[in-house]
Design a protein around this ligand. Structure first.
Ligand code: DC
Length: 232
């Protein structure tokens, strides 16, 4: 008998390596990987380009007004096999990963109308199951009945170090202090916002990967996923 397909929800703090493990897991299981952070980042990029958000201002009402004009979808990159995000049909996969976008995205993600739009789309994408979805509210709001929920965390210092290396490798001119500040600031905004704050679902399995190698972590998670599929 063919295995039942399940939903795997991976939530946690910024830069905990959620997307790395989610991608590996989706590949190993033949599931679809959905990076919900990319959707919030794409809306943020749109708002930055339209000068709706900037260092000293944020026009929330304007964002709500233009929201219907924003179309977000994923398209698989045939070379890598990974889904990349399209903003109104433009591939923005690279642009959304800058520290600049990271600085504004948590603010954009506090807006309920933005969350409502994206959560509806995420529900639709997961309706046939067989997905690994990562974000902040997947196990609590988007798929509260997900068969497997993971909550990933690590110290802010460890996360900032990893993120700093990643941004440097991509050629961004950033300082470690700025990256650490961004990680701490996003934790604060994501965890204290009114709508769908970042929380560990009571039935989520917590994984602190401060002292785990990527390989060790992946092996642990594959075992959890296979068990969850067997028990579904
Ligand atoms: O996973 P990420 O760092 O790319 O996410 C960027 C931001 O988007 C994060 O700081 C908070 C927000 N986000 C959210 O509020 N809900 C999600 N499901 C995913 C991301």
């Amino acid at each position: 008998m063919e295995d039942k397909k399940i939903i795997i929800a991976i939530d946690g703090h910024s830069s905990t390596g959620k997307s790395t493990v989610a991608k590996q897991l989706a590949k190993a299981l033949g599931y679809i990987y959905i990076d919900t952070g990319a959707m919030y980042r794409a809306i943020t990029l749109y708002a930055m380009r339209k000068a709706i958000i900037g260092p000293l201002h944020f026009e929330k009402e304007k964002l709500e007004e233009v929201l219907p004009e924003i179309n977000i979808r994923f398209e698989v990159n045939l070379k890598t096999g990974i889904a990349e995000v399209l903003l109104n049909e433009e591939n923005v996969e690279r642009e959304i990963r800058t520290l600049e976008v990271s600085k504004y995205v948590s603010k954009i993600a506090t807006i309920s109308s933005v969350r409502k739009k994206l959560v509806e789309q995420q529900n639709e994408m997961g309706k046939d199951k067989g997905v690994v979805m990562d974000g902040r509210d997947i196990g609590t709001v988007v798929f509260p009945n997900a068969e497997l929920k993971l909550f990933m965390t690590a110290t802010a210092k460890d996360r900032a170090e990893r993120r700093y290396i990643e941004l440097k490798e991509r050629g961004e001119d950033v300082s470690y202090e700025d990256v650490l500040k961004n990680v701490v600031n996003r934790d604060h905004i994501d965890s204290t916002r009114k709508d769908s704050p970042l929380r560990k679902a009571s039935d989520a399995i917590k994984i602190d990967n401060s002292n785990l190698t990527l390989q060790d972590q992946f092996e642990q998670i594959v075992v959890l996923a296979k068990n969850a599929i067997k028990n579904a």
